[in-house]
Design a protein around this ligand. Structure first.
Ligand SMILES: [Zn+2]
Length: 556
């Protein structure tokens, strides 16, 4: 295959409750990577789904007094419906209880691992919240470290998977980087876990304990396949692994990159169990496992009880899709938990999107109208002397580098048409594509958005420094040099906005489109300036009415 093929997945969340912001973080990161790779010219498949077959879902449905299928259908809908409020360019969604591809694939995968599966009696401590067994040493004061609940003692005959057999190979694959785990802190955590010795693990439940919910073990109807085995399989079952379909060859065995995005709480399943299962079945491993930490809300772990404050669809509805995306991408560091509050979301939206970016584009377009009747001046002597944006390592569309349509007939030759003091801004524009490429290649979303931000910062600094309104005044007073300089300043600023419209595409697709439209010449002119963002006014404490929106203040 000549075109690189990149397969990007999120984990498939349990649907025992509605989606919360932690999952939004993961799926927005995955969406950025998918859009980035598509811009590179890769063939991309971006896939998500829902984990319906968990005992946890059964218990939640029982508590709600709703039949299990109806219950999981309702919550799964809420996850799938995140597409629109979060602007997700998802290619496929697999639901493990509903999708015929899934059961066929899980059954085939089970059979493919037959050499490593055996039955034995087992007793252990099981946390339903985690859907996993714990050893007493792993518990905190006898309680689950994730949930703070006491695990159940379970004694039954189960199927086991011979994980112990794969310790050395896994260690070698991960330490050599053939299976890349990012960030390095998480990779070291996995290597430490493997070095401590791997125990075989139970991969089935009695059908009675599973309440009859899940996929029966092939040839053993007394047992249901362990929900983690079932769920991990989604990464290939959705590719028609069960029927040996073309997608499996295209996106798994023949793909250049197989990238899983996962939360730190499920690292062991993805970086140890799943690769071992794939080795057993003779399948290629993922190439990259990208691990994010947790979000908290107001200092507390995000849970169902956090309610609407951390419902990503509600937040996007109230504050805007791109405000939510921007917060997730700009605020969340590579390592360490991040606390979410509505105040922080609003501050980020107002400071950066409304004031920083929105005001910049609005000012630039308005100045082109005010001083040049909407016509972007000819590029003058600068054209050709600078490698402008789009020529970095990334293969952006490079619209920033294009000359204005209709400006080929150069005017004002011979006058000093350079834009003094614009070196910092031009450098930021030139460097942005390469920096973003490097950051996203390393899965560093915060570093990538910082490179975009540098352009906004430099452009605003440049306007405040060069004071175009003073050049305009000098021009009105008959200063030809000032007129030529103002031309050059406007050209540099319009270019910077176009770079932003281009480079923001993977991060804020809607905003990027609107910026590009604001900066595109039609009938010889830029369109009239329109605000990109509205300032968000925080809701009154204790009140519930929707937040008020004010038009941003426009200066000069
Ligand atoms: Zn737990």
């Amino acid at each position: 295959m000549t075109t690189p093929h990149t397969y990007i997945t999120t984990t498939i969340p349990y649907v025992n409750a509605r989606p919360h912001l932690g999952f939004a973080l993961e799926i927005v990161q995955a969406d950025v990577l998918a859009r980035f790779h598509r811009r590179q010219g890769d063939q991309v498949r971006f896939q998500t789904g829902t984990d319906d077959n968990s005992l946890k879902n059964v218990l939640a449905a029982e508590a709600a007094g709703v039949p299990v299928q109806e219950f999981v259908d309702g919550n799964a809908e809420a996850f799938i419906a995140l597409r629109e409020p979060l602007a997700l360019a998802v290619d496929d969604v697999i639901r493990t209880s509903r999708d015929p591809r899934h059961r066929a694939g899980v059954e085939r995968f089970w059979r493919a691992c037959a050499d490593d599966l055996y039955r034995r009696h087992y007793e252990g401590l099981y946390c339903v919240g985690c859907e996993q067994f714990y050893t007493p040493a792993e518990l905190t004061g006898g309680r689950c470290p994730e949930h703070g609940t006491e695990p159940q003692r379970v004694a039954e005959e189960n199927w086991f998977f011979r994980l112990s057999r794969y310790a050395d190979r896994l260690h070698e694959l991960i330490s050599s980087g053939r299976l890349r785990i990012e960030p390095v802190e998480r990779r070291n955590e996995v290597l430490g876990f493997i070095a401590g010795g791997l125990q075989d693990f139970s991969v089935s439940r009695s059908t009675a304990r599973a309440r009859g919910w899940g996929i029966p073990v092939p040839g053993d109807p007394s047992q249901v396949i362990y929900v983690w085995w079932d769920a991990l399989g989604n990464y290939i079952t959705a590719l028609d692994y069960g029927t040996g379909g073309e997608n499996h060859r295209r996106w798994w065995t023949g793909s250049d990159r197989r990238i899983h995005l996962v939360g730190k709480g499920v690292l062991r399943f993805h970086a140890v169990y799943w690769p071992a299962m794939l080795l057993s079945a003779g399948q290629p491993l993922p190439t990259d496992i990208v691990v994010h930490d947790y979000l908290t809300a107001g200092g507390r772990k995000i849970s169902k009880s956090s309610g609407g404050t951390v419902d990503p669809a509600v937040l996007a509805g109230e504050y805007g899709t791109d405000v939510v995306r921007w917060w997730l991408l700009r605020e969340v560091p590579r390592v360490g938990d991040t606390d979410f509050t509505v105040d922080r979301l609003i501050a980020r939206g107002n400071d950066e999107l409304a004031n920083g970016l929105g005001n910049l584009v609005n000012r630039v377009v308005a100045m082109v109208h005010r001083y040049r009747d909407g016509h972007v001046p000819a590029a003058g002597s600068e054209t050709g002397t600078e490698a402008e944006a789009g020529t970095g390592a990334a293969t952006g569309t490079g619209i920033g580098a294009e000359a204005e349509p209709g400006t080929e007939a150069k005017t004002g030759t011979g006058i000093g048409t350079d834009a003094p003091g614009s070196e910092g801004l031009r450098a930021a524009c030139r460097q942005a594509p390469g920096l973003i490429h490097a950051a996203l290649t390393a899965f560093e979303f915060r570093r990538a958005t910082a490179a975009v931000w540098a352009v906004v910062d430099e452009a605003n600094r440049y306007i405040n420094h060069i004071r175009p309104w003073e050049l305009a005044k000098a021009e009105r007073d008959g200063d030809f040099g000032a007129a030529a300089q103002l031309d050059a300043v406007l050209v540099v600023l319009v270019r910077a906005c176009r770079v932003l419209g281009d480079q923001l595409t993977p991060f804020l697709p809607d905003t990027a489109t609107r910026i590009a439209r604001q900066c595109a010449v039609r009938d010889g002119k830029l369109p009239d300036p329109r605000p990109l963002f509205r300032r968000i006014t925080a809701p009154e404490p204790g009140s519930t009415p929707p937040p008020q929106h004010d038009d941003i203040e426009f200066n000069r």
